[in-house]
Design a protein. Structure first.
Length: 141
């Protein structure tokens, strides 16, 4: 009798846990939305945190995350992921949450092999913060 009671209690707790996750909308991602990539035309310019943008590096632009934040970006269409560091602001297109450098986009399979080959251009991604940044700015004379 006691085993049946514990089994019933366990089933109730499991059901409550599943319902709570559904109600809260728990997700393995901290943010989900559309990502794009940038590079040509920006390579060599100064990023929002003062670094020189290298389109072949592995970096990203986000509207609000602190500079230096390390993200795992997962392409929700393909399952591929890449780890990037936020060093710029953007994207400045509505409905997009992240701009990846050409180097990061290429690793994710979002761009083609050359900057002239735009590939898919945009994709739905999940962002997971791995390390919060300290909002570091590069001081320039």
């Amino acid at each position: 009798m006691q085993q049946m009671l514990w089994a019933a209690l366990g089933a109730v707790l499991l059901t409550a846990t599943v319902l709570a996750w559904q109600i809260v909308g728990a997700s393995p991602y901290d943010e989900v939305g559309v990502a794009s990539w940038y590079g040509p035309g920006f390579d060599g310019n100064t990023t929002a945190n003062g670094e020189i943008f290298d389109m072949y590096a592995i970096s990203a632009a986000h509207k609000t995350l602190p500079f230096g934040t390390i993200l795992r970006v997962t392409d929700l269409e393909t399952g591929k992921s890449v780890v990037v560091r936020v060093n710029d602001r953007g994207p400045f297109v509505k409905q997009r949450i992240l701009d990846l450098s050409f180097g990061a986009a290429r690793l994710l399979g979002l761009s083609g092999d050359t900057p002239q080959d735009t590939g898919r251009g945009i994709t739905k991604v999940g962002l997971k913060v791995l390390v919060w940044g300290d909002n570091y700015y590069v001081e320039r004379p």
